[in-house]
Design a protein around this ligand. Structure first.
Ligand code: AGP
Length: 608
């Protein structure tokens, strides 16, 4: 959940690291810090809040250094504070460390070091690392050996960057379960927890593997694997300079920009992949496993959060279109479930960031099962993309707002393509769906034109403390996702339910203070959803509805209705998703929330 940046080179890298931290701020933003070596001196700056606060105190002193590490934090152990911010250091201030991950046995190590006379100043798990390296240095008098011994004691996950005044021209990196990439520049190396930091400066990079330990100096990049000494170091790759989507343009924040990206997002998801006339879908990323795909008889989708809800839409799509049984399991549950999985199953991991620890853990659970593992990922070259046998990239460009919007729209679109690709042979419904996918960007623009109406609705509903979202069939996952969007950026309690569940309990919640967002677009289950709405109205519950243009009956029944263009049931989620994203956005806006960086959350949940 944290962001790490490091630099070693011929130039003054202070601003390069600070800018890199700003680039990674979406991964965690409760405090930040840098440490650097100016042989023989070292220095450290830390500040709470956003990176701009750190920038202010650092740039005042105009420091100069060619060896720097930086960190932007999402607190796991210890509240956001200067003392808990990274980098952490040993008492002699000869060793500085930034850490992303969780050290599960930190208390035991901390107690052992305290018994040896070490003093701790923070509440974090990470602070044990510089002291542990210090302890081993007192025995070995060798920093690299001390780091190896310290890593051997750690249980948990880590992406580490380490500098020391004892080796003033060396940068050390170590990875276990949390990503690290080294960018190779003309006059040095830029490193970090996300390739976006590197892409600003070079397209040549290498991604560390688990148990890799790198020693980087101006003249040399040495990578060893602590688990398999004979393994080859990770290869140097050319990074795809994907559409980074970093330019905010005239938008007030990334979330609104990324919602407005969605027409283009769908085009990027389908371009070069569909032939509506023949009903054919071509997914190059699956070509290498085409034979295995023909023999799968069960699909297990693993994901978290919004990606999980996209997976639920995928369940309806794949079961209906490809006639293959699908189960969607929360990755955090899947990794502990004891369920029979035969070799004819296929596990599909859906992840925007490709770095979600629970989803990676779910893939690692089945890596020796002999099952086919596929990824639907937005971040090119990410851990999920590397861990799976094959997959499909979303190509949605970087999504920076913590609340996932365009990635969800892309994931649902990609799952539609996967479902059609898995069909035994294309037919009329294939051609209809692919034609509708081509028409969808224009229909989403029509939905985006409803922005002012939705903004007015938010003004009317912003004071409610609870919301229910209901839907049936394809609209059920859309309801779950709509509820997540509202709660994660407005902090209003919101729950999604299958509309058919109302009488089994949720109806007890309904009164005039408990509004319901009913997704009631045209489809075979519309009349049943209307019955649920009538039950709610009969108990005085306010109802907003999303409906298909032309449904006049609903307008008389509910308090407010948002009309979306006619579309197929199988392609309705994208249109409904944008409505619910805009509603959540304007509710949070009305409540003056920090929309791109909601409290307590981070964009990429890289810890379990
Ligand atoms: C969605 O708005 C949230 N930011 C969160 O639920 C997110 O979808 C989840 O953490 C999964 O992330 P991933 O797609 O990068 O794996």
């Amino acid at each position: 959940m944290c962001g790490i940046v490091g630099y070693i080179g011929k130039d003054n890298g202070i601003n390069l690291v600070l800018d890199g931290l700003e680039e990674l701020e979406y991964r965690g933003y409760d405090s930040a810090g840098i440490a650097f070596i100016n042989d023989p001196k070292s220095n450290v700056y830390k500040e709470v809040g956003e990176v701009k606060n750190l920038k202010k105190i650092v740039q005042k002193d105009k420091p100069n250094s060619n060896l720097i590490i930086g960190h932007t934090r999402w607190a796991t152990h210890g509240k956001p504070s200067i003392v808990n911010a990274h980098p952490h250091f040993n008492s002699d201030r000869t060793i500085y460390v930034v850490h992303n991950g969780i050290i599960e046995n930190y208390q035991e190590i901390k107690n052992r070091l305290i018994d040896q006379g070490y003093n701790f100043i923070s509440e974090t798990d990470s602070e044990v690392i510089p002291h542990l390296i210090d302890y081993y240095y007192s025995k070995t008098n060798n920093i690299l050996e001390s780091i190896k011994l310290a890593l051997n004691d750690l249980v948990g996950t880590y992406a580490l960057e380490i500098i020391s005044t004892l080796t003033p021209q060396k940068l050390y990196l170590a990875r276990l379960g949390s990503p690290l990439v080294i960018g190779i520049m003309k006059n040095g190396y830029i490193t970090g927890s996300d390739k976006n930091v590197v892409l600003e400066h070079t397209s040549k990079a290498t991604f560390l593997n688990d148990y890799d330990l790198a020693e980087v100096s101006l003249s040399k990049l040495k990578i060893i694997n602590l688990k398999d000494k004979d393994s080859n170091p990770p290869k140097i790759e050319l990074l795809e300079n994907e559409k980074t989507g970093n330019d905010l343009g005239n938008f007030p924040d990334y979330m609104l920009k990324e919602i407005h990206d969605t027409p283009e997002t769908i085009k990027l998801a389908v371009t070069g992949r569909i032939n509506p006339k023949q009903g054919n879908v071509k997914l190059g990323g699956l070509d290498s496993v085409i034979k295995e795909l023909e023999h799968i008889d069960r699909i297990i989708i693993v994901a978290c959060g919004t990606s999980y809800y996209a997976g639920l839409v995928g369940e309806y799509l794949i079961e209906e279109l490809a006639n293959i049984p699908v189960e969607v399991v929360l990755a955090s549950e899947f990794k502990y479930k004891k369920e029979p999985i035969s070799r004819s199953a296929c596990v599909i991991a859906i992840s925007q960031s490709g770095e979600t620890a629970d989803t990676i853990a779910a893939l690692n659970k089945v890596k020796d099962y002999g099952v086919l593992e596929l990824g639907i990922v937005n971040s090119i070259g990410s851990s999920v993309a590397r861990l799976t046998d094959a997959g499909v990239y979303c190509h949605a460009g970087t999504e920076k707002s913590v609340a996932s919007t365009k990635a969800f729209i892309s994931q649902v679109t990609i799952l539609t393509l996967v479902a059609l690709r898995l069909k035994k042979s294309p037919d009329k419904i294939s051609r209809k769906i692919l034609s509708e996918l081509q028409a969808l960007p224009q229909k989403i623009k029509t939905v985006l034109n409803l922005e002012n109406q939705i903004k007015e609705l938010a003004k009317r509903y912003k004071d409610y403390s609870n919301f229910l979202y209901i839907g049936r069939g394809y609209n059920y996952p859309a309801a779950l996702e709509g509820a997540l969007k509202l709660k994660e950026i407005s902090y209003i309690h919101a729950e999604g339910f299958a509309a058919g569940e109302m009488k089994h309990g949720p109806l007890a919640l309904i009164d005039s203070k408990f509004p319901t967002f009913a997704i009631a677009t045209d489809g075979p289950l519309l009349e049943k959803t209307i019955s649920n709405i009538e039950e709610i109205k009969a108990r005085g519950g306010p109802v907003l509805a999303v409906a298909t243009i032309g449904n006049k009956k609903l307008k008389k029944l509910v308090d407010d209705v948002i009309y979306i263009p006619k579309t197929l049931e199988q392609t309705s989620t994208q249109l409904i998703g944008v409505v619910l994203q805009l509603f959540a956005y304007y509710m949070a806006h009305e409540l003056s929330k920090n929309i791109d960086k909601p409290r307590n959350l981070a964009k990429s949940v890289t810890v379990e």
